[in-house]
Design a protein around this ligand. Structure first.
Ligand code: 1GP
Length: 232
């Protein structure tokens, strides 16, 4: 299960439905020191918005992955390195486990060679992704570790994504998931906002993902989190 993410420490997730802060450019975003850019968001997504970010980023030498939130927004652009496809392992609604994926295979030409898998475990009940997917977020470290194990061993997922979107998560839970894996890569996302929080979560996950910070505080703040993740 090799992929470029096995060498990453930090990923910046850009939400095409949100603006950059005044004064920041996509050049700043792409040269922030992050290892890769993931383009995706939960709500308000359209192909046009996706395309706008891909076009702005593809001229820079940084891995660029689309993370589609639904089959209707998958774009075919040679500037993309590939697709990271979320499956929400603790979703209450099976649409987010196989339903959306089935629709994608039905309506489009899936580029399997550039398609990689992300097993989401959604852990912040207040996040919009939790309500959308009807996720059961009431899980202790042992249960999260068990989800991580089955995601790797039974379902062959490349990436196991501990998703606390909007809040800083529980390091003990994240570590339990990371330790349950032998070859898959653990991603942690949620509430990373400075050197310390990136360093703390970088110590318990293979890769930290920074999202809203780029849209709220800007690229300089993101650069601090890159340092924190790299030092962990
Ligand atoms: C969202 O995990 C990412 O999918 C990052 O979360 O926006 O809280 O940084 P934040």
């Amino acid at each position: 299960m090799s992929g470029p993410w096995t060498h990453w420490d930090h990923v910046l997730k850009v939400d095409p439905d949100k603006e950059l802060v005044a004064g920041d450019t996509f050049e700043d975003v792409c040269t922030s020191g992050t290892d890769a850019i993931e383009i995706g968001g939960t709500t308000g997504m359209t192909e046009e918005k996706m395309e706008r970010v891909v076009s702005a980023c593809k001229e820079y030498d940084i891995p660029l992955y689309q993370e589609p939130s639904n089959p209707g927004v998958v774009i075919d652009d040679p500037g993309l390195d590939g697709y990271l496809i979320p499956t929400v392992f603790n979703a209450g609604d099976p649409f987010w486990i196989t339903g959306a994926h089935k629709e994608w295979a039905r309506i489009g030409e899936v580029e399997w060679g550039r398609t990689h898998t992300e097993a989401y475990i959604v852990l912040n009940p207040d996040a919009s992704v939790a309500s959308y997917t009807e996720a059961n977020c009431d899980l202790g470290p042992e249960e999260v570790a068990a989800y991580a194990s089955i995601a790797e061993r039974l379902f062959g997922q490349d990436i196991i994504y501990l998703e606390y979107s909007g809040m800083l998560g529980d390091p003990e839970t994240v570590l339990a998931a990371t330790e349950a894996l032998s070859e898959s890569t653990s991603f942690y996302g949620g509430g990373i906002h400075d050197y310390e929080s990136a360093h703390e979560m970088g110590a318990v996950a293979d890769v930290v993902v920074v999202g809203d910070l780029v849209h709220e505080a800007g690229v300089e703040a993101v650069e601090e989190t890159v340092r924190g993740a790299k030092d962990a």
